[in-house]
Structures are given as structure tokens and as C-alpha cells.
Design a protein. Structure first.
Length: 345
């Protein structure tokens, strides 16, 4: 059993959501000190601090969570231009971005009263994340939230068709940044469809590709080394175009160390937008119809374009919806030998 630093905390309250099937556990008042001048600095502190990291493990690991759990600790924003900051976490640590979590936070911020709904029916919730400032544009009608547009940081392709030697032979992947950096592999190149029946094989190759590339120059971020590293592998399947001529794809994103996103992956969709727009597949006025391995959907478009580090960069807008699944008060019993959690994967 993994032993964590002994904490004096006895109760922790959370509000849980899912976005297109992917969980997001919100800790609005973390009972630990999280230091740093910016959210990016706070992430580096959290990685090294045993109390913050211990709280992550406590809420993510079994028996309170599971190997594919996801959540976030709310923090102060970098400045008054944002409503809140957040540190995203999963079973292996703290991520630099999370689109599905941003969508959930937009819904939570309006439902909790942190951000007052705009009478126009469109409320912008500005959130500082480790990779920059993002916006959850919350749409409502008749007092009911109907959807959220996640406006991400500028996203761009870093490397095109990088050759790698894998257990499935020589493969070629694109590497693209969408708040986090992903490798992109056409699943048909290894003879697989993105369907639940291939779940185990998709995890294995996704995990392998990530670790083959993670410590190479291909994983380096051009501006901020704190954002370096391959966060995950996007295995995609091209489904042609829909009736409106929009490109339609299905993907499974294998991130961290073998964790699987049940949604189409928010930051992964941004990364995918950058690749498809760079290739001319996602034309102006068109939208990417992006499905997940469980059949849920995000729709994305290019909301703007600029240059970042000499690269053509795109401002993705990803539309989805999050739903509250419950409010929890987790307890820690000092006599419970498994009270601090464990993980099997």
C-alpha cells in the first residue's frame, strides 16, 4: 500500500461533475496551503509539496476515486482579470490544461453563484490555468444552462510526421500543443478502430508512444519549459464529413500513464484543431465534429489565428456540456489502514 504524509484533515468536501462522460471533482476550498505568485507557479509547488500532492492522491486514488479519476483544486487567479484559478490533477500528477474540466468549472461557477449570470444568456467565466488564461462561455436559456464554449490558449503544431519505432512497427505521429502537448496517431495505421472493443490495445500503444517521445526534443515547449513533455497520445479515426461538410473524427486520448479520457478530450481537441487547421482539413467556417470512444461529442472551431514562437497558431473554441453528479463529504478515519488510498494502475 502507498503511504502518504499523515494529514490532520478529517473531512473534505467536493462537488463532482462529468463532461461528456469524463469525471471532474472540484475542491473549491482545498484544506492545504498552495503557494505561488501565479497558477503556473502553484502547479510547480503542488508537484513537490507532500501535503498538496497527498490531498490529490487521497481524492483520486481508491477507495474514493479510481485510476481514471480527474479533478481540480481551486486557487486564486493570477490577477483580477480572471474569476478563479485551478490546478488540474489526475492519478499521476498535475496537468497543464484540461478542457473538459474548464467546461465543468464554467457550469459550476454559474450554478454556485461565484459568477453572476449575464442577462444576455451568455456568461464568460475566466479561468487561470497553468498554461494560461482560458474562458468558459456559459450559455443559458430560461434559467437553464444549455452548453459551454471552452475558449483555449493558442494551439499549434510543433512537429509533423515524426517517425518512431514501436512494438507495432515504424509509425509516424504529429505533435501538437493545445494547452498540453499530444502525439497524434491515425489508429488505422495500426489496424485498429477507435471502439471500446479495442480499449486495451489502444491504451497500450498510446502509453508506449507517450513514453518513447516524452524525454526527447520533440516534447519541448518553445516558450516555457514548465509546459514541456508529452501529456498523452490521441489515437484518431477519420469518419469523413457530416452532411454540412464538417470533418468528423472519433478519438481516444490516452494521457498521463495509461489513463483514458472518456470525453473527446478538451485540450486534446484543441491540439487536434491545430493539426487539422494546419493541414487545411478544418477550413474557415467549418467545425470539427469530435466523438469519444464512448460516443459523446464535442464540436470545435477556429475562433482566431495568430503567430506564436514563429508558428501559425489557432485559437480553438470547443463546445460541450457538463452535469453535476453529486456533492460529497469524504471522511478520513485515523484507524483505517487504507484511509490514505491506493492505486492499482
Amino acid at each position: 500500500m502507498l503511504r502518504l504524509p499523515r494529514m490532520s484533515i478529517r473531512e473534505i468536501s467536493t462537488t463532482d461533475y462529468h463532461t461528456a462522460g469524463e469525471p471532474f471533482r472540484i475542491v473549491s476550498h482545498p484544506p492545504v496551503a498552495i503557494e505561488g505568485a501565479t497558477v503556473a507557479d502553484k502547479r510547480m509547488f503542488a508537484i513537490s509539496d507532500p501535503h498538496v500532492d497527498g490531498l490529490r492522491k487521497l481524492l483520486c486514488f481508491e477507495p474514493r476515486g479510481h485510476a481514471d479519476m480527474y479533478g481540480g483544486f481551486l486557487t486564486e487567479p493570477d490577477d483580477e482579470g480572471a474569476h478563479l484559478g485551478v490546478l488540474f490533477w489526475h492519478k499521476d500528477g498535475f496537468s497543464t490544461a484540461c478542457g473538459h474540466g474548464t467546461i465543468a468549472l464554467g457550469v459550476w461557477a454559474v450554478q454556485s453563484g461565484l459568477v453572476e449570470p449575464d442577462p444576455s444568456g451568455v456568461t464568460d467565466v475566466r479561468i487561470d490555468v497553468p498554461s494560461g488564461r482560458v474562458t468558459a462561455r456559459v450559455h443559458a436559456a430560461g434559467g437553464q444552462i444549455t452548453g459551454v464554449d471552452f475558449v483555449s490558449v493558442p494551439s499549434y503544431r510543433l512537429h509533423e510526421q515524426v517517425g518512431i519505432s514501436t512494438s507495432r512497427g515504424e509509425l509516424a505521429v504529429d505533435i501538437s500543443f493545445g494547452g498540453a502537448t499530444y502525439a497524434h496517431l491515425d489508429a488505422s495505421s495500426i489496424g485498429l478502430g477507435v471502439v471500446p472493443e479495442n480499449y486495451t490495445e489502444l491504451i497500450a500503444i498510446g502509453r508506449e508512444i507517450k513514453w518513447l517521445l516524452n524525454d526527447t526534443p520533440y516534447s519541448a515547449h518553445p516558450l516555457d519549459d514548465r509546459l514541456s513533455g508529452i501529456y498523452g497520445t490521441i489515437l484518431f479515426e477519420d469518419l469523413g464529413v457530416d452532411d454540412a461538410g464538417n470533418p468528423h473524427q472519433r478519438n481516444v486520448t490516452v494521457f498521463a500513464d495509461g489513463e483514458v479520457d472518456r470525453s473527446p478530450c478538451g485540450s486534446g481537441t484543441c491540439s487536434r484543431v491545430a493539426v487539422l487547421a494546419s493541414d487545411g482539413v478544418l477550413q474557415p467556417g467549418r467545425r470539427l465534429v469530435h466523438d469519444s470512444i464512448v460516443g459523446t461529442r464535442f464540436v470545435a472551431r477556429v475562433a482566431g489565428e495568430q503567430t506564436v514562437a514563429g508558428r501559425r497558431a489557432f485559437l480553438p473554441e470547443v463546445t460541450g456540456m457538463a452535469f453535476r453528479t453529486g456533492r460529497h463529504t469524504f471522511e478520513i478515519d485515523s484507524e483505517d489502514s487504507l484511509g490514505e488510498g491506493f492505486v492499482l494502475r
